[in-house]
Design a protein around this ligand. Structure first.
Ligand code: GLN
Length: 547
Protein backbone atom coordinates (compact mmCIF):
# COMPACT_ATOMS: atom_id res chain seq x y z
CA UNK A 1 0.00 0.00 0.00
CA UNK A 2 1.48 3.34 -1.12
CA UNK A 3 2.21 6.26 1.13
CA UNK A 4 0.73 9.49 -0.17
CA UNK A 5 2.33 12.91 -0.48
CA UNK A 6 -0.07 15.70 -1.40
CA UNK A 7 1.56 18.79 -2.86
CA UNK A 8 -0.32 22.08 -2.74
CA UNK A 9 0.60 25.68 -3.49
CA UNK A 10 -0.13 29.05 -1.97
CA UNK A 11 0.55 32.80 -2.23
CA UNK A 12 1.05 32.93 -6.01
CA UNK A 13 0.85 30.55 -8.94
CA UNK A 14 3.81 29.32 -11.03
CA UNK A 15 5.98 28.52 -8.01
CA UNK A 16 7.37 25.37 -9.53
CA UNK A 17 5.19 22.84 -7.70
CA UNK A 18 5.55 20.45 -10.61
CA UNK A 19 9.30 20.71 -10.48
CA UNK A 20 9.42 20.32 -6.69
CA UNK A 21 7.22 17.22 -6.95
CA UNK A 22 9.37 15.78 -9.74
CA UNK A 23 12.59 16.46 -7.82
CA UNK A 24 11.16 14.87 -4.67
CA UNK A 25 10.13 11.84 -6.75
CA UNK A 26 13.71 11.55 -8.03
CA UNK A 27 15.13 11.82 -4.49
CA UNK A 28 12.84 9.10 -3.17
CA UNK A 29 13.95 6.90 -6.07
CA UNK A 30 17.57 7.67 -5.17
CA UNK A 31 16.79 6.16 -1.75
CA UNK A 32 15.51 3.01 -3.37
CA UNK A 33 11.74 3.64 -3.31
CA UNK A 34 9.37 3.31 -6.24
CA UNK A 35 7.25 6.35 -7.03
CA UNK A 36 4.40 7.53 -9.19
CA UNK A 37 3.39 11.15 -9.70
CA UNK A 38 0.04 12.54 -10.68
CA UNK A 39 -1.59 15.89 -11.21
CA UNK A 40 -5.10 16.96 -10.23
CA UNK A 41 -6.12 20.13 -12.04
CA UNK A 42 -9.07 22.24 -10.98
CA UNK A 43 -9.93 23.74 -14.39
CA UNK A 44 -13.11 22.70 -16.18
CA UNK A 45 -11.65 21.56 -19.50
CA UNK A 46 -12.02 17.80 -19.71
CA UNK A 47 -8.34 17.61 -20.66
CA UNK A 48 -5.73 20.11 -21.93
CA UNK A 49 -6.00 18.69 -25.48
CA UNK A 50 -8.10 21.58 -26.73
CA UNK A 51 -6.37 24.33 -24.72
CA UNK A 52 -4.25 26.86 -26.58
CA UNK A 53 -0.51 26.37 -26.19
CA UNK A 54 -0.32 30.16 -25.84
CA UNK A 55 -2.32 29.89 -22.66
CA UNK A 56 -1.48 26.54 -21.16
CA UNK A 57 1.85 25.60 -22.65
CA UNK A 58 2.53 22.28 -24.29
CA UNK A 59 0.22 19.29 -24.21
CA UNK A 60 2.15 16.30 -22.91
CA UNK A 61 1.07 13.02 -24.50
CA UNK A 62 1.40 9.70 -22.70
CA UNK A 63 2.06 6.27 -24.21
CA UNK A 64 -1.55 5.30 -23.60
CA UNK A 65 -2.77 8.31 -25.54
CA UNK A 66 -3.80 10.85 -22.90
CA UNK A 67 -3.34 14.57 -23.56
CA UNK A 68 -2.09 15.93 -20.28
CA UNK A 69 -0.57 18.86 -18.47
CA UNK A 70 3.08 19.71 -19.10
CA UNK A 71 3.93 18.98 -15.48
CA UNK A 72 3.66 15.30 -16.36
CA UNK A 73 6.61 15.96 -18.62
CA UNK A 74 8.65 17.15 -15.62
CA UNK A 75 7.60 14.06 -13.67
CA UNK A 76 8.68 11.75 -16.45
CA UNK A 77 11.94 13.58 -17.18
CA UNK A 78 12.98 13.44 -13.53
CA UNK A 79 11.84 9.96 -12.58
CA UNK A 80 11.94 8.11 -15.89
CA UNK A 81 8.54 6.63 -14.97
CA UNK A 82 6.32 6.74 -18.07
CA UNK A 83 3.24 8.86 -17.34
CA UNK A 84 -0.14 7.26 -17.89
CA UNK A 85 -3.71 8.33 -18.56
CA UNK A 86 -4.46 7.77 -14.88
CA UNK A 87 -1.81 10.30 -13.81
CA UNK A 88 -3.78 13.37 -14.79
CA UNK A 89 -7.31 14.49 -14.07
CA UNK A 90 -9.23 17.77 -14.18
CA UNK A 91 -12.46 19.01 -12.60
CA UNK A 92 -13.95 18.77 -16.08
CA UNK A 93 -13.15 15.06 -16.26
CA UNK A 94 -14.35 14.43 -12.70
CA UNK A 95 -17.66 16.24 -13.27
CA UNK A 96 -18.20 14.57 -16.62
CA UNK A 97 -17.68 11.14 -15.01
CA UNK A 98 -20.10 12.01 -12.21
CA UNK A 99 -22.73 13.27 -14.65
CA UNK A 100 -22.35 10.22 -16.84
CA UNK A 101 -22.92 7.97 -13.82
CA UNK A 102 -25.91 10.07 -12.81
CA UNK A 103 -27.46 9.67 -16.29
CA UNK A 104 -26.84 5.94 -16.16
CA UNK A 105 -28.67 5.77 -12.86
CA UNK A 106 -25.64 4.54 -10.94
CA UNK A 107 -26.51 6.72 -7.94
CA UNK A 108 -29.94 5.08 -7.55
CA UNK A 109 -31.92 8.32 -7.54
CA UNK A 110 -29.85 10.10 -4.89
CA UNK A 111 -29.33 13.88 -5.00
CA UNK A 112 -25.88 14.40 -6.52
CA UNK A 113 -23.66 16.74 -4.52
CA UNK A 114 -20.07 17.96 -4.43
CA UNK A 115 -19.68 16.15 -1.13
CA UNK A 116 -19.75 13.16 -1.32
CA UNK A 117 -20.20 12.41 -5.03
CA UNK A 118 -17.59 14.69 -6.57
CA UNK A 119 -15.13 14.18 -3.70
CA UNK A 120 -15.60 10.40 -3.89
CA UNK A 121 -14.85 10.48 -7.61
CA UNK A 122 -11.62 12.37 -6.83
CA UNK A 123 -10.70 9.95 -4.05
CA UNK A 124 -11.29 6.96 -6.34
CA UNK A 125 -8.96 8.55 -8.86
CA UNK A 126 -6.22 9.09 -6.25
CA UNK A 127 -6.50 5.47 -5.16
CA UNK A 128 -5.89 4.00 -8.66
CA UNK A 129 -2.77 1.83 -8.70
CA UNK A 130 -1.94 2.50 -5.06
CA UNK A 131 -0.66 -1.03 -4.49
CA UNK A 132 1.95 -0.67 -7.25
CA UNK A 133 4.38 1.80 -5.67
CA UNK A 134 5.95 2.88 -2.38
CA UNK A 135 5.03 6.56 -2.78
CA UNK A 136 2.23 8.25 -4.68
CA UNK A 137 2.86 11.97 -5.13
CA UNK A 138 -0.28 13.96 -5.96
CA UNK A 139 0.04 17.57 -6.99
CA UNK A 140 -3.03 19.79 -6.79
CA UNK A 141 -2.99 22.45 -9.50
CA UNK A 142 -3.77 26.09 -8.75
CA UNK A 143 -3.45 27.91 -5.45
CA UNK A 144 -5.14 27.31 -2.10
CA UNK A 145 -8.19 29.56 -1.87
CA UNK A 146 -9.20 29.21 -5.53
CA UNK A 147 -12.92 28.46 -5.75
CA UNK A 148 -12.57 25.62 -8.25
CA UNK A 149 -9.86 23.94 -6.22
CA UNK A 150 -12.04 23.41 -3.14
CA UNK A 151 -13.44 19.96 -4.01
CA UNK A 152 -9.88 18.70 -4.50
CA UNK A 153 -8.67 20.07 -1.16
CA UNK A 154 -11.71 18.61 0.55
CA UNK A 155 -11.11 15.26 -1.17
CA UNK A 156 -7.46 15.02 -0.07
CA UNK A 157 -8.43 16.02 3.47
CA UNK A 158 -11.00 13.22 3.58
CA UNK A 159 -8.59 10.83 1.91
CA UNK A 160 -5.97 11.32 4.64
CA UNK A 161 -8.65 10.63 7.26
CA UNK A 162 -9.82 7.49 5.46
CA UNK A 163 -6.30 6.06 5.55
CA UNK A 164 -4.50 4.73 8.61
CA UNK A 165 -2.57 7.38 10.55
CA UNK A 166 0.82 8.22 9.09
CA UNK A 167 0.03 7.17 5.56
CA UNK A 168 -0.48 10.63 4.07
CA UNK A 169 1.47 13.86 4.40
CA UNK A 170 0.93 17.35 3.05
CA UNK A 171 3.62 19.49 1.50
CA UNK A 172 2.82 23.13 0.82
CA UNK A 173 4.78 25.42 -1.51
CA UNK A 174 4.80 29.15 -0.95
CA UNK A 175 6.75 32.27 -1.76
CA UNK A 176 8.82 34.42 0.60
CA UNK A 177 8.94 37.82 -1.06
CA UNK A 178 12.09 39.85 -0.53
CA UNK A 179 11.61 43.50 0.33
CA UNK A 180 14.67 45.34 -0.90
CA UNK A 181 14.14 48.52 1.14
CA UNK A 182 14.19 46.70 4.46
CA UNK A 183 16.39 43.83 3.23
CA UNK A 184 13.92 41.28 4.61
CA UNK A 185 12.28 38.07 3.50
CA UNK A 186 8.61 38.33 4.35
CA UNK A 187 6.87 35.38 5.98
CA UNK A 188 3.38 36.88 6.32
CA UNK A 189 1.98 35.71 2.94
CA UNK A 190 3.08 32.16 3.82
CA UNK A 191 1.44 32.43 7.23
CA UNK A 192 -1.81 33.50 5.57
CA UNK A 193 -1.62 30.77 3.00
CA UNK A 194 -1.14 28.10 5.69
CA UNK A 195 -4.01 29.65 7.64
CA UNK A 196 -6.20 29.28 4.56
CA UNK A 197 -5.14 25.66 4.24
CA UNK A 198 -5.82 24.92 7.89
CA UNK A 199 -9.26 26.54 7.65
CA UNK A 200 -10.20 23.76 5.23
CA UNK A 201 -8.79 21.12 7.53
CA UNK A 202 -5.33 20.55 6.11
CA UNK A 203 -2.25 21.07 8.28
CA UNK A 204 0.94 20.97 6.21
CA UNK A 205 3.75 18.72 7.41
CA UNK A 206 6.36 20.32 5.19
CA UNK A 207 6.72 23.86 3.92
CA UNK A 208 8.73 24.48 0.79
CA UNK A 209 9.44 28.19 0.45
CA UNK A 210 10.57 29.73 -2.81
CA UNK A 211 12.96 32.59 -2.18
CA UNK A 212 15.67 34.46 -4.02
CA UNK A 213 18.29 33.70 -1.38
CA UNK A 214 18.77 31.49 1.69
CA UNK A 215 16.22 31.67 4.54
CA UNK A 216 17.88 33.13 7.69
CA UNK A 217 17.42 31.13 10.91
CA UNK A 218 15.16 33.80 12.38
CA UNK A 219 12.66 33.60 9.50
CA UNK A 220 12.82 29.82 9.48
CA UNK A 221 11.94 29.69 13.18
CA UNK A 222 9.18 32.20 12.71
CA UNK A 223 7.68 30.17 9.87
CA UNK A 224 7.88 26.99 11.92
CA UNK A 225 6.23 28.65 14.91
CA UNK A 226 3.44 30.45 13.09
CA UNK A 227 2.71 27.71 10.57
CA UNK A 228 2.96 24.86 13.05
CA UNK A 229 5.64 22.82 11.31
CA UNK A 230 9.01 21.60 12.58
CA UNK A 231 11.93 23.94 11.83
CA UNK A 232 13.70 21.22 9.84
CA UNK A 233 10.56 20.84 7.75
CA UNK A 234 10.87 24.39 6.45
CA UNK A 235 12.69 23.84 3.19
CA UNK A 236 14.21 26.67 1.19
CA UNK A 237 13.77 26.49 -2.56
CA UNK A 238 16.16 29.07 -3.91
CA UNK A 239 16.10 30.13 -7.54
CA UNK A 240 18.34 27.84 -9.59
CA UNK A 241 20.28 28.37 -12.80
CA UNK A 242 19.02 25.06 -14.20
CA UNK A 243 16.07 22.89 -13.22
CA UNK A 244 18.32 19.83 -13.26
CA UNK A 245 20.05 21.07 -10.12
CA UNK A 246 16.73 20.79 -8.27
CA UNK A 247 17.14 17.22 -6.93
CA UNK A 248 20.59 17.95 -5.46
CA UNK A 249 19.50 21.37 -4.15
CA UNK A 250 16.41 19.94 -2.46
CA UNK A 251 18.50 17.15 -1.02
CA UNK A 252 20.98 19.65 0.47
CA UNK A 253 18.03 21.49 1.98
CA UNK A 254 16.85 18.25 3.56
CA UNK A 255 13.56 17.77 1.70
CA UNK A 256 13.78 13.99 1.27
CA UNK A 257 14.93 13.57 4.87
CA UNK A 258 12.03 15.72 6.09
CA UNK A 259 9.58 13.60 4.08
CA UNK A 260 10.96 10.34 5.48
CA UNK A 261 10.89 11.82 9.00
CA UNK A 262 7.27 12.85 8.53
CA UNK A 263 6.44 9.24 7.65
CA UNK A 264 8.66 8.07 10.52
CA UNK A 265 10.71 5.91 8.19
CA UNK A 266 13.79 5.10 10.20
CA UNK A 267 16.54 4.38 9.58
CA UNK A 268 16.23 6.20 6.26
CA UNK A 269 17.93 4.37 3.38
CA UNK A 270 21.02 6.24 2.16
CA UNK A 271 20.55 8.09 -1.14
CA UNK A 272 22.54 7.32 -4.26
CA UNK A 273 22.76 10.63 -6.08
CA UNK A 274 25.43 9.77 -8.66
CA UNK A 275 22.95 10.02 -11.53
CA UNK A 276 22.09 13.61 -10.60
CA UNK A 277 25.70 14.54 -9.91
CA UNK A 278 26.53 13.44 -13.45
CA UNK A 279 23.57 15.39 -14.87
CA UNK A 280 24.66 18.49 -12.98
CA UNK A 281 28.28 18.07 -14.03
CA UNK A 282 27.32 17.80 -17.70
CA UNK A 283 25.23 20.96 -17.53
CA UNK A 284 27.77 23.05 -15.66
CA UNK A 285 30.86 21.84 -17.45
CA UNK A 286 29.88 22.09 -21.12
CA UNK A 287 32.82 22.42 -23.45
CA UNK A 288 31.32 24.52 -26.20
CA UNK A 289 28.09 25.84 -27.56
CA UNK A 290 25.80 25.19 -30.50
CA UNK A 291 23.08 27.49 -31.79
CA UNK A 292 19.76 26.03 -32.81
CA UNK A 293 16.87 27.95 -34.39
CA UNK A 294 13.39 26.72 -33.58
CA UNK A 295 11.13 28.01 -36.32
CA UNK A 296 7.64 27.84 -34.88
CA UNK A 297 4.35 29.54 -34.25
CA UNK A 298 4.01 29.68 -30.48
CA UNK A 299 7.36 31.37 -29.96
CA UNK A 300 6.21 33.97 -27.39
CA UNK A 301 5.60 31.32 -24.74
CA UNK A 302 8.53 28.99 -24.25
CA UNK A 303 6.34 26.53 -22.34
CA UNK A 304 4.55 25.81 -25.62
CA UNK A 305 7.60 23.79 -26.70
CA UNK A 306 8.77 22.78 -23.24
CA UNK A 307 9.74 19.19 -23.99
CA UNK A 308 11.60 20.19 -27.16
CA UNK A 309 13.69 22.73 -25.27
CA UNK A 310 14.44 20.13 -22.59
CA UNK A 311 15.26 17.41 -25.12
CA UNK A 312 17.73 19.77 -26.82
CA UNK A 313 19.35 20.43 -23.44
CA UNK A 314 19.64 16.66 -22.95
CA UNK A 315 21.17 16.32 -26.43
CA UNK A 316 23.66 19.00 -25.42
CA UNK A 317 24.48 17.18 -22.19
CA UNK A 318 25.19 13.99 -24.13
CA UNK A 319 27.63 15.92 -26.34
CA UNK A 320 28.98 18.09 -23.55
CA UNK A 321 27.90 21.31 -25.25
CA UNK A 322 25.48 24.01 -24.26
CA UNK A 323 22.57 24.32 -26.68
CA UNK A 324 21.54 27.90 -27.20
CA UNK A 325 18.03 28.04 -28.57
CA UNK A 326 16.63 30.95 -30.46
CA UNK A 327 12.92 31.12 -31.16
CA UNK A 328 12.14 32.35 -34.65
CA UNK A 329 8.57 33.24 -35.57
CA UNK A 330 7.81 31.35 -38.80
CA UNK A 331 5.53 34.16 -39.99
CA UNK A 332 8.57 36.39 -40.33
CA UNK A 333 9.46 34.47 -43.48
CA UNK A 334 6.11 35.39 -45.06
CA UNK A 335 7.60 38.86 -45.40
CA UNK A 336 11.33 38.34 -45.36
CA UNK A 337 13.98 36.12 -46.90
CA UNK A 338 14.93 33.42 -44.34
CA UNK A 339 18.62 33.37 -45.33
CA UNK A 340 19.89 36.33 -43.26
CA UNK A 341 17.84 35.14 -40.27
CA UNK A 342 18.91 31.49 -40.38
CA UNK A 343 22.49 31.73 -41.58
CA UNK A 344 24.09 31.99 -38.17
CA UNK A 345 22.64 28.75 -36.81
CA UNK A 346 24.25 25.34 -36.54
CA UNK A 347 20.93 23.54 -36.87
CA UNK A 348 17.24 24.19 -37.52
CA UNK A 349 14.29 22.56 -35.81
CA UNK A 350 10.71 22.92 -36.99
CA UNK A 351 8.35 21.74 -34.24
CA UNK A 352 4.77 20.49 -34.25
CA UNK A 353 1.82 22.78 -34.66
CA UNK A 354 -1.74 23.19 -35.82
CA UNK A 355 -3.31 25.42 -38.46
CA UNK A 356 -2.01 27.15 -41.57
CA UNK A 357 -0.56 30.29 -40.01
CA UNK A 358 3.22 30.28 -40.32
CA UNK A 359 3.41 27.13 -42.43
CA UNK A 360 4.78 28.83 -45.58
CA UNK A 361 7.60 30.14 -43.36
CA UNK A 362 8.27 26.63 -42.06
CA UNK A 363 8.42 25.37 -45.64
CA UNK A 364 11.01 28.05 -46.38
CA UNK A 365 13.02 27.03 -43.34
CA UNK A 366 13.00 23.40 -44.55
CA UNK A 367 14.11 24.54 -48.01
CA UNK A 368 16.92 26.59 -46.49
CA UNK A 369 18.11 23.61 -44.45
CA UNK A 370 17.92 21.23 -47.41
CA UNK A 371 19.72 23.43 -49.90
CA UNK A 372 22.34 24.80 -47.46
CA UNK A 373 22.92 21.38 -45.92
CA UNK A 374 22.16 22.59 -42.41
CA UNK A 375 21.07 19.88 -39.93
CA UNK A 376 17.26 19.82 -39.81
CA UNK A 377 14.89 18.09 -37.45
CA UNK A 378 11.23 18.31 -38.38
CA UNK A 379 8.77 17.17 -35.76
CA UNK A 380 5.21 16.26 -36.76
CA UNK A 381 4.08 19.40 -38.63
CA UNK A 382 7.81 20.02 -39.19
CA UNK A 383 8.04 16.71 -41.04
CA UNK A 384 4.87 17.40 -43.03
CA UNK A 385 6.27 20.78 -44.11
CA UNK A 386 9.57 19.19 -45.16
CA UNK A 387 7.65 16.73 -47.34
CA UNK A 388 5.56 19.51 -48.90
CA UNK A 389 8.77 21.46 -49.55
CA UNK A 390 10.29 18.41 -51.25
CA UNK A 391 7.15 17.82 -53.32
CA UNK A 392 6.92 21.43 -54.47
CA UNK A 393 10.56 22.15 -55.18
CA UNK A 394 12.08 18.82 -56.18
CA UNK A 395 9.26 16.54 -57.35
CA UNK A 396 7.35 18.96 -59.55
CA UNK A 397 4.19 18.99 -57.46
CA UNK A 398 4.11 22.77 -57.33
CA UNK A 399 0.70 22.98 -55.64
CA UNK A 400 1.48 20.42 -52.93
CA UNK A 401 -0.06 21.21 -49.54
CA UNK A 402 -1.93 19.78 -46.57
CA UNK A 403 -5.64 19.06 -46.36
CA UNK A 404 -5.49 20.68 -42.92
CA UNK A 405 -5.14 24.09 -44.55
CA UNK A 406 -7.82 23.41 -47.15
CA UNK A 407 -10.21 22.39 -44.39
CA UNK A 408 -9.38 25.58 -42.53
CA UNK A 409 -9.90 27.75 -45.61
CA UNK A 410 -13.07 25.89 -46.62
CA UNK A 411 -11.86 25.39 -50.20
CA UNK A 412 -9.55 23.13 -52.12
CA UNK A 413 -6.29 24.81 -53.06
CA UNK A 414 -3.64 22.13 -52.74
CA UNK A 415 -2.73 18.70 -53.99
CA UNK A 416 -3.04 16.90 -50.63
CA UNK A 417 0.41 15.40 -50.14
CA UNK A 418 -0.60 15.49 -46.48
CA UNK A 419 -4.15 14.22 -46.04
CA UNK A 420 -6.71 13.80 -43.28
CA UNK A 421 -6.36 10.34 -41.80
CA UNK A 422 -9.72 8.79 -40.94
CA UNK A 423 -8.87 5.15 -40.46
CA UNK A 424 -5.82 3.42 -39.07
CA UNK A 425 -4.65 0.41 -37.13
CA UNK A 426 -3.67 0.47 -33.48
CA UNK A 427 -2.31 -2.87 -32.29
CA UNK A 428 -5.00 -5.28 -33.46
CA UNK A 429 -7.79 -2.72 -33.72
CA UNK A 430 -9.00 -0.53 -36.49
CA UNK A 431 -9.63 3.08 -35.44
CA UNK A 432 -12.11 5.24 -37.39
CA UNK A 433 -12.74 8.99 -37.27
CA UNK A 434 -15.14 11.34 -39.03
CA UNK A 435 -14.47 14.96 -40.07
CA UNK A 436 -17.38 16.10 -37.94
CA UNK A 437 -16.13 14.35 -34.76
CA UNK A 438 -15.55 16.80 -31.93
CA UNK A 439 -12.13 18.43 -31.57
CA UNK A 440 -11.06 16.48 -28.50
CA UNK A 441 -9.93 12.93 -29.15
CA UNK A 442 -10.01 12.76 -32.95
CA UNK A 443 -6.29 12.37 -33.29
CA UNK A 444 -3.85 9.53 -33.65
CA UNK A 445 -2.65 9.71 -30.07
CA UNK A 446 -0.10 7.86 -27.98
CA UNK A 447 2.53 5.24 -28.72
CA UNK A 448 2.71 3.53 -32.10
CA UNK A 449 5.40 1.26 -33.52
CA UNK A 450 7.50 2.13 -36.53
CA UNK A 451 9.73 -0.08 -38.62
CA UNK A 452 12.96 1.52 -39.81
CA UNK A 453 14.80 0.80 -43.06
CA UNK A 454 18.00 -1.12 -42.51
CA UNK A 455 21.01 1.02 -43.39
CA UNK A 456 19.12 4.32 -43.10
CA UNK A 457 20.34 7.26 -41.04
CA UNK A 458 17.58 6.80 -38.45
CA UNK A 459 18.31 3.09 -38.07
CA UNK A 460 21.90 4.08 -37.30
CA UNK A 461 20.77 6.83 -34.89
CA UNK A 462 18.41 4.53 -32.99
CA UNK A 463 20.70 1.52 -33.27
CA UNK A 464 17.52 -0.45 -33.92
CA UNK A 465 14.93 -1.05 -36.61
CA UNK A 466 11.84 -1.33 -34.43
CA UNK A 467 10.88 1.68 -32.34
CA UNK A 468 7.81 3.10 -30.66
CA UNK A 469 7.12 6.77 -30.27
CA UNK A 470 4.27 9.03 -29.19
CA UNK A 471 1.93 10.64 -31.67
CA UNK A 472 -0.53 13.53 -31.68
CA UNK A 473 -1.87 14.48 -35.10
CA UNK A 474 -4.82 14.22 -37.47
CA UNK A 475 -3.01 14.47 -40.80
CA UNK A 476 -0.55 12.14 -42.45
CA UNK A 477 1.89 12.11 -45.37
CA UNK A 478 0.23 10.29 -48.28
CA UNK A 479 2.05 7.10 -49.20
CA UNK A 480 0.88 7.70 -52.79
CA UNK A 481 3.75 10.14 -53.26
CA UNK A 482 6.46 7.89 -51.85
CA UNK A 483 7.83 6.73 -55.19
CA UNK A 484 7.94 10.22 -56.66
CA UNK A 485 9.75 11.56 -53.61
CA UNK A 486 12.14 8.63 -53.29
CA UNK A 487 13.12 9.19 -56.92
CA UNK A 488 14.40 12.64 -55.97
CA UNK A 489 16.25 11.36 -52.90
CA UNK A 490 13.82 11.68 -49.99
CA UNK A 491 13.87 8.30 -48.29
CA UNK A 492 10.82 7.05 -46.37
CA UNK A 493 13.01 5.41 -43.75
CA UNK A 494 10.37 4.70 -41.09
CA UNK A 495 6.92 3.25 -41.70
CA UNK A 496 4.01 2.00 -39.62
CA UNK A 497 4.19 -1.83 -39.29
CA UNK A 498 1.39 -2.23 -41.89
CA UNK A 499 3.45 -0.12 -44.31
CA UNK A 500 0.69 2.44 -44.83
CA UNK A 501 1.77 5.42 -42.76
CA UNK A 502 5.09 7.21 -43.26
CA UNK A 503 6.65 7.77 -39.86
CA UNK A 504 10.09 9.11 -40.84
CA UNK A 505 11.59 10.75 -43.91
CA UNK A 506 15.22 11.70 -44.54
CA UNK A 507 17.24 13.22 -47.37
CA UNK A 508 19.86 10.74 -48.41
CA UNK A 509 22.31 13.30 -49.83
CA UNK A 510 22.20 15.56 -46.79
CA UNK A 511 24.44 15.38 -43.70
CA UNK A 512 21.46 15.38 -41.31
CA UNK A 513 17.89 16.01 -42.45
CA UNK A 514 15.23 14.00 -40.66
CA UNK A 515 11.49 14.50 -40.35
CA UNK A 516 9.46 12.46 -37.89
CA UNK A 517 5.67 12.18 -37.66
CA UNK A 518 5.86 11.62 -33.90
CA UNK A 519 7.13 13.55 -30.88
CA UNK A 520 10.50 12.13 -29.80
CA UNK A 521 10.99 15.03 -27.36
CA UNK A 522 8.39 13.54 -25.00
CA UNK A 523 10.59 10.58 -24.14
CA UNK A 524 13.93 12.32 -23.63
CA UNK A 525 15.46 12.43 -20.15
CA UNK A 526 18.51 14.25 -18.79
CA UNK A 527 20.09 10.94 -17.78
CA UNK A 528 18.89 9.18 -20.96
CA UNK A 529 18.82 11.67 -23.86
CA UNK A 530 16.68 10.71 -26.83
CA UNK A 531 18.85 9.28 -29.65
CA UNK A 532 17.44 11.69 -32.26
CA UNK A 533 18.20 14.75 -30.13
CA UNK A 534 21.58 13.36 -29.13
CA UNK A 535 22.58 12.88 -32.76
CA UNK A 536 20.95 16.12 -33.96
CA UNK A 537 23.08 18.08 -31.47
CA UNK A 538 26.14 16.04 -32.46
CA UNK A 539 25.53 17.05 -36.10
CA UNK A 540 25.07 20.69 -35.03
CA UNK A 541 28.32 20.48 -33.08
CA UNK A 542 30.11 19.28 -36.20
CA UNK A 543 28.73 22.24 -38.16
CA UNK A 544 29.79 24.64 -35.39
CA UNK A 545 33.36 23.32 -35.69
CA UNK A 546 33.38 24.14 -39.41
CA UNK A 547 32.31 27.78 -39.01
N1 GLN B 1 -1.43 19.75 -37.53
C1 GLN B 1 -0.77 18.55 -37.91
C2 GLN B 1 -1.68 17.33 -37.81
O1 GLN B 1 -2.68 17.38 -37.15
C3 GLN B 1 0.47 18.33 -37.10
C4 GLN B 1 0.20 18.13 -35.64
C5 GLN B 1 1.43 18.24 -34.79
O2 GLN B 1 2.43 18.84 -35.21
N2 GLN B 1 1.39 17.73 -33.58
O3 GLN B 1 -1.38 16.31 -38.38
Amino acid sequence: MARYIFITGGVVSSLGKGLASAALGALLQARGFSVRLRKLDPYLNVDPGTMSPFEHGEVFVTDDGAETDLDLGHYERFTGVAARKTDSVSSGRIYSNVLEKERRGDYLGKTIQVIPHVTNEIKDFIEIGSDEVDFMLCEIGGTVGDIEGLPFFEAIRQFSQDKPRGQCIFMHLTLLPYIKASGELKTKPTQHSVKELRSIGIAPDILVCRSEGPIPVKEREKLALFCNVRPDSVIAAQDLGTIYDAPLAYHREGLDQAVLDAFQISPAPKPDLRKWEDVSDRIHNAEGEVNVAIVGKYTQLEDAYKSIAEALTHGGMANRVKVRVEWVDAELFDREDPAPHLSGFNAILVPGGFGERGTEGKIKAAEFARTRKVPYLGICLGMQMAVIEAARHTANLTDAGSEEFDHEAGKKRFTPVVYHLKEWVQGNHKVERKVEDDKGGTMRLGAYDAVLTQGSKVAEVYGNTLIDERHRHRYEVDIKYREKLEEVGMCFSGMSPDGRLPEIVEWTDHPWFIGVQFHPELKSKPFDPHPLFKDFVRAAKEVSRLV
